[in-house]
Structure formats: structure tokens, C-alpha cells
Design a protein around this ligand. Structure first.
Ligand SMILES: Cc1cc2nc3c(=O)[nH]c(=O)nc-3n(C[C@H](O)[C@H](O)[C@H](O)COP(=O)(O)OP(=O)(O)OC[C@H]3O[C@@H](n4cnc5c(N)ncnc54)[C@H](O)[C@@H]3O)c2cc1C
Length: 560
């Protein structure tokens, strides 16, 4: 666990660079920025709470003697089903070694076999190339990065600090509107880096932490950036499924080590759907489970059987999985197969960025799961995402901040925000609809999609958007004047503002995902439509979203 700095210290009114997010992307970006820059890093939780911290399987890097970057590139392009950006994949794979070396020098204790880094196999990788620290790789990385960040004199960390919106001035990003302590503040920055993670919380079934509400993508969309490929969501086939237990991820590495996926009769059904069986790409295995369960309506789960793996190996590789299955589901994995089913896991789409992590708005950068760098295409290769956080965070080492415009600063001149008149009714609406949105999106834009359901879901979301816009809290927030600091009334707690902000962002993201999924009339990677089940050559294009428009990109040439 990491102790981040307390949010009681005063928040400066300007930074050279403001990083939003304390996961692997935010932390590594902050460390890679030139140390001559004053950097502020904010997180709405604490540094020890992020999807990065939860990552289990590991980080892919083609550094073993029997491996080669060309093989990793080929595997990544194949998984992305024609939509990867080849140049971005080259950057990802070829800079992996340097990032891993950097992490080990910082002190990340990856598992070793003798003196060599140990590598495991994951689905759709042609070599054993996934580095790991038991089954808590993310924690090992985040703990080390956070300690490094906290030791840097030029970086200040502010936790429990909630970004509401980007501050755009004359077409460029010049800061963030945020909530800090009991104040709503505009903080100026020469550059802003969005590293807010994924948006799995738009789905009722997800492996993502509660904070993964797509805030960065929603903020960037409101600011007018271009977003890309939002319909591509990866569903992880094996999340623990037991009433009362969280949807804890049972890492792919478990199947990589040989676990069998079986139905209630103990039959290995995955080979009915793909010759690679359990180790087929994630979307294939997720759909195999989905279809298998549809054929057997009395069943709601399938099982991962670890009893076929040497118990010593299980003990050594998966101590966290053993503990969590025992704790949350009273399952001894050495004796009983684990009940699992698919859940939303990783969002391939996001804010369009170039090879320098720059978005389409000057002064605005995006790194990590909220970015669309082009490395994942229509489907992410397992363990490429932590790597993406590092490699594209590292691109910020050459960031040259734009000059800071002199905008009058009014932090000293604060106003008291009038309390919304009906906060209890508003809060009840927000609690109820946050859950309802996720159920609706799971049913309509989940593993298998079709136009009728998506159109009905969009209509419903538009209705909820109208209700949201009429909440007294929404009306109060929309009346805020730019650059004025507001002191918040006592009843407007950070908890309530976070509920409002996240529900607002979930509503936005849910509508954008549905519009993108309706737009793409084919199936590819993480996007499967039962009414358009084929992959169509003429759809080898990206889906671009800008303001209210959903457009096709130019045609992507087949990879050389
Ligand atoms: C259970 C699980 C297991 C995984 N296993 C692996 C794996 O083995 N290998 C792999 O490569 N990938 C794995 N992934 C995916 C990978 O962990 C994520 O893609 C990656 O960690 C994303 O990192 P990030 O820094 O972009 O976002 P996160 O780590 O999610 O961090 C987001 C940060 O942004 C902050 N934030 C969000 N909104 C706001 C706001 N409005 N204001 C202020 N702060 C905000 C959050 O508080 C948090 O600090 C896994 C994911 C999950 C959920």
C-alpha cells in the first residue's frame, strides 16, 4: 500500500504540467516529464487505488532469447484485427525493453528463474513473454512508481482531488476545473495529461474498480477532442462469479499455466468454438462462454479447473487468486473449480493521440487506458496495456509546454456556492441511475449486440440525460463562472460531487459507446453484432467521434 501526500496542503493555482490520474500511466508520465518542470498529479482516490494496482498477469516484453520484437509486433497486429496503427505498435514493442530495465532499476521485483526474468505465456502470444511479480504485478509496479513520484522534488501529489472538466481557452487546454477540499478551483497548467484509466463501470459486470468511470474520455469529448473506436470493449472470459463476491479477475495466466475451462459436466467446451481452446483470443473465449451458456439456459457460470496444474506451481504463481477465492467465495482452488463468467475488462477505444501522446487539442495529452494510441486496434493483446502506460508515458520526456497565458487568477477572491435546493432527491436519483445505466449497457452493448436493443437503450439514455440535466445540482454546477473559486456548502461533500460527476460521465460515455457500436455494422475484435456477424473488409476503418458526429476514418491499408 502506498501513502500519498495529504490533500490538506494548499493546492497551487498553477503548474507547468498537471497530470490527472495516479495509475501506472499517470505515475510513469509524471516521472518521465523533464524534472525542470513543476508537475502536479491528482487522483480522485489515493495512489493505492487504481486498475493498475489490480493488474495481475503482467507486462509483455519481447526480451527473452527465443523471442524477437517482430514476433511481438505480429501477435499484437493479429489480435487487433486490422485496426492497429503499425507505427504505434512498433514504438510499443521496440521501447518495451528500455521501460522494463527502468522498472527493474527503480526496484520492481519481477519473478526470476535463477538470474533470468521469468516469463509466462498468455493467450494469443506466440512466446512466453509476460513478466510478472507473482499474481500482483500491478501492485509491485504501482508501489515502486508511487514511491519514486513521492520522492521527486518537482512533483506534488494531491489525492482525493476530483477533476470535473478541462479548462479550454482559445482552443487550447490551459488547466483543469477541479474539486479540492471543500473548494471548486480552476488550476492553470501549460500542459494537461489525462491518465484517468478505463470506463468499465458503464457495464454492470466488470472487473474494473469503481473509479473506472471514463472521466477522461468524457471530459475530453466535452472539450471537443476527437475520440476513436469507442465500441471496442474487451470482455474478460473469466471473472469470479459467485453471489455476494466482487467480479474478481481470474487472470489469463491461469489458463496460460494449463487450467481447463469446463462446463458443469466437466467438459472442455472451448475447443468447440476455436482450435486454440482456452488460449484463443479473449473475445473468442468470452463469446464461447456466452454462447455455451445461452445453449444451456439453466447454467449461469462455467468453471476454471486448476486441479490439472501442479499444486506447487499454483501456490507459487497465484497466491493472490488462492487467497481471494477463499476469502470471497470460500473456494479452495486445489479442490474445487472456480465458477466464472465474462465481464467488461479493457477499453481499447479512447482519446485519439499521436505517437507523442498529444491529443487533437493543443496542450492536452492522454496516456494509458483513456488514450487511443492505435496499439490495440479492435482487440488488445493480453498484458500490452501496462506496457502501453509506460511506453507512451515515456514519450512525454520531450514535452515542450506551451507558454502560459496570463489569465487573471481569482483564487483569493472566492464565492460561496449556493446550496442546491433539493440535494436529497438529486442524490437518490443519481444512486439509482448509476446502477440502471450499467445494467442497460450490459444488456444492450455487451458481448453480443444488435441494432434494436441498442436503439432502445439510446432512447432510454437520452431520457435519463434530460432528467439529469434538470437536477438542481446540475443546474447549480452549470451556473459556475470561469476562473472563480467557489467554497462549497457543507452538505455538498466530495462524495456527492463525485457521484454527480461520475454519473454525468457514465451517461456521456454510455451514449458514445452505443452510438459507435450502432455505427459499425460488422463484427470485429471486441465488437460483436449478432445482426452483422461477419468482419467486412470495407469496415477496416476507425470510428471517429467528435462532438455529435460519428464518422469513418480513411481506409486502413493491410499491414505489410
Ligand atoms: C483486474 C484487472 C487486471 C488487469 N491485469 C492486467 C495485466 O495483467 N496486464 C496488463 O497489461 N493490463 C492489465 N489490466 C489492464 C491495466 O491494468 C489497465 O489498462 C491499466 O492499469 C490502466 O492504467 P491507467 O494508469 O491508464 O489507469 P488506472 O490505473 O485505472 O488509473 C486511473 C487513475 O485516474 C484517477 N482518476 C480517474 N478519474 C479521475 C478524475 N475525474 N479526477 C481525478 N483522478 C481521476 C483514478 O483515481 C486513478 O488514480 C488489468 C485490469 C484490471 C481491471
Amino acid at each position: 500500500m502506498v501513502n500519498s501526500s495529504s490533500s490538506s496542503s494548499p493546492l497551487p493555482s498553477q503548474f507547468d504540467v498537471l497530470v490527472v490520474g495516479g495509475g501506472a500511466a499517470g505515475l510513469y508520465s509524471a516521472l518521465c516529464l523533464p524534472n525542470t518542470l513543476q508537475v502536479g498529479l491528482i487522483t480522485k482516490d489515493t495512489l493505492s487505488l487504481s486498475a493498475s494496482d489490480w493488474a495481475q498477469g503482467g507486462i509483455a516484453a519481447a526480451i527473452a532469447p527465443d523471442d524477437a520484437p517482430e514476433l511481438h509486433i505480429a501477435d499484437t497486429l493479429k489480435a487487433g484485427v486490422g485496426l492497429c496503427d503499425r507505427e504505434a505498435v512498433e514504438v510499443l514493442v521496440r521501447q518495451a525493453g528500455e521501460c522494463i530495465q527502468n522498472l527493474t532499476q527503480m526496484g520492481v521485483a519481477f519473478d526470476r528463474t535463477g538470474s533470468q526474468l521469468a516469463m509466462t505465456l498468455e493467450a494469443a502470444h506466440s512466446r512466453r513473454r509476460v513478466l510478472h511479480a507473482a499474481d500482483t504485478t500491478g501492485r509491485a509496479v504501482v508501489t515502486t512508481l508511487a514511491a519514486q513520484v513521492l520522492a521527486q522534488k518537482n512533483i506534488q501529489v494531491f489525492d482525493q482531488t476530483l477533476a470535473l472538466d478541462l479548462w479550454i481557452h482559445e482552443g487550447a487546454c490551459c488547466g483543469i476545473k477541479l474539486v479540492y477540499g471543500q473548494q471548486l478551483i480552476w488550476v492553470q497548467a501549460k500542459a494537461v495529461v489525462l491518465a484517468t484509466g478505463g470506463g468499465g463501470q458503464i457495464y454492470a459486470q466488470t472487473t474494473n474498480p469503481a473509479a473506472s468511470t471514463g472521466d477522461g474520455v468524457a471530459m475530453a469529448w466535452r472539450a471537443g477532442t476527437t475520440l476513436r473506436d469507442l465500441e471496442f470493449m474487451q470482455f474478460h472470459p473469466t471473472a469470479l462469479t459467485k453471489e455476494g463476491a466482487p467480479r474478481f479477475l481470474i487472470s489469463e495466466a491461469v489458463r496460460g499455466e494449463g487450467a481447463h475451462l469446463v462446463d458443469s459436466n466437466g467438459r472442455r467446451f472451448a475447443f468447440d468454438y476455436h482450435p486454440d481452446g482456452e488460449l484463443a483470443p479473449r473475445d473468442v473465449v468470452s463469446r464461447a462462454i456466452f454462447n455455451h451458456l445461452q445453449k444451456n439456459p439453466d447454467e449461469s457460470v462455467v468453471y476454471l479447473d486448476l486441479r490439472v496444474i501442479d499444486p506447487e506451481r499454483v501456490q507459487h504463481r497465484f497466491p493472490n487468486i488462492i487467497r481471494k477465492c477463499q476469502k470471497w467465495a470460500s473456494i479452495n482452488v486445489f479442490e474445487t473449480p472456480i465458477p466464472v463468467s465474462p465481464a467488461a475488462h479493457y477499453w481499447m477505444g479512447g482519446i485519439l493521440t499521436d505517437l507523442n501522446s498529444q491529443t487533437t487539442i493543443p496542450g492536452l495529452y492522454a496516456v494509458g487506458e483513456n488514450a487511443s494510441t492505435g496499439v490495440h486496434g479492435a482487440n488488445r493483446l493480453a498484458s500490452n496495456s501496462l506496457l502501453e502506460c509506460l511506453v507512451f508515458g515515456a514519450q512525454l520526456k520531450t514535452l515542450i509546454p506551451q507558454p502560459l497565458e496570463h489569465l487573471p487568477n481569482q483564487q483569493s477572491d472566492s464565492k460561496v456556492l449556493a446550496s442546491p435546493v433539493d440535494i436529497d432527491t438529486d442524490t437518490a436519483w443519481l444512486h439509482q441511475h448509476r446502477v440502471a445505466i450499467s445494467q442497460l449497457v450490459w444488456q444492450s452493448a455487451g458481448i453480443s449486440r444488435q441494432a434494436n436493443q441498442m436503439n432502445m437503450a439510446l432512447e432510454q439514455l437520452e431520457q435519463w440525460q434530460t432528467e439529469f440535466d434538470a437536477l438542481t445540482l446540475t443546474l447549480t454546477m452549470h451556473e459556475l463562472k470561469e476562473q472563480i473559486t467557489y467554497r462549497l456548502p457543507a452538505q455538498l461533500t466530495l462524495e456527492i460531487l463525485r457521484l454527480w460527476t461520475e454519473t454525468r460521465n457514465l451517461l456521456t460515455v454510455a451514449q458514445l459507446v452505443l452510438k459507435s457500436a450502432l455505427f459499425r455494422t460488422e463484427s470485429r475484435g471486441g465488437h460483436y453484432r449478432s445482426d452483422y456477424p461477419q468482419t467486412e473488409p470495407h469496415w477496416q476503418v476507425h470510428t471517429l467521434v467528435k462532438e455529435q458526429e460519428v464518422l469513418r476514418s480513411h481506409h486502413i491499408q493491410p499491414y505489410p
